[in-house]
Design a protein around this ligand. Sequence first.
Ligand code: PGA
Length: 248
Amino acid sequence: MRIAILPTGREASAAVAQIIAGAVRARPGLVIGLPTGRTPVRVYEELIALHARRRIDFRRVTTFNLDEFAGLTRRDPRSYHAFMRRHFFDHIQHDPARRFILNGAARDWRREVRRFERALLRAGGLDLCFVGIGRNGHLGFNEPGAALTARTHRARLQPESRRSNAYLFGGNWRKVPADALSMGMGTILSARAVILLATGKSKASVVRRALSGPITTWLPASLLQLHPDVLVVLDREAAGAIRRTARR
Ligand code: PGA
């Protein structure tokens, strides 16, 4: 696991955008996993700016989003579909047929998660999976617990995850759906490379535990310690609790 620490969130986000741009330049048909949340917004802004300067071409890139709230249609402004359009897809040239986001409103969620996994297999799997980390240690909506689900599935959200998404629901965490569809932990770990971005003081404790604590399903991000190609990009605040010896 490689760890890069940048002074500010803006610089950490710019570094992640540069790495993604480099990966797309090296492999124009890159298959990439994408997150939502507050953390990646600045990365998307940077990617949009690089795209405007013709430094990156997304036309052949295939994207798979990590998760979506159960019960929300793709047109619902609170959905992650809408989030991705607002923060990224509306601002770049990208073929919608190369964009895969779980349909939270699918009548048969089992069929929907199978469809998603099949599409991912057909695309050749994830070359790169870009993830954030929840304060409870989740990746996507793989929530801490006694067991994890390997493949894409329907997940029950913990109150902490609902609270951290309340900003999309008028500040009321009870309005955040109690369930979501999420890429599985095994699906994420099957990516050839993973890049995790965490910024801000509120992530310092979970970052320390995920990077240097025991590997446990009670902290899903700790499983990244098992992956051979993970880059963790942090700002100084998010890195505040990791021991000097862990910083390489
Ligand atoms: P955040 O969410 O960027 O809004 O903190 C990250 C996550 O839950 O993965």
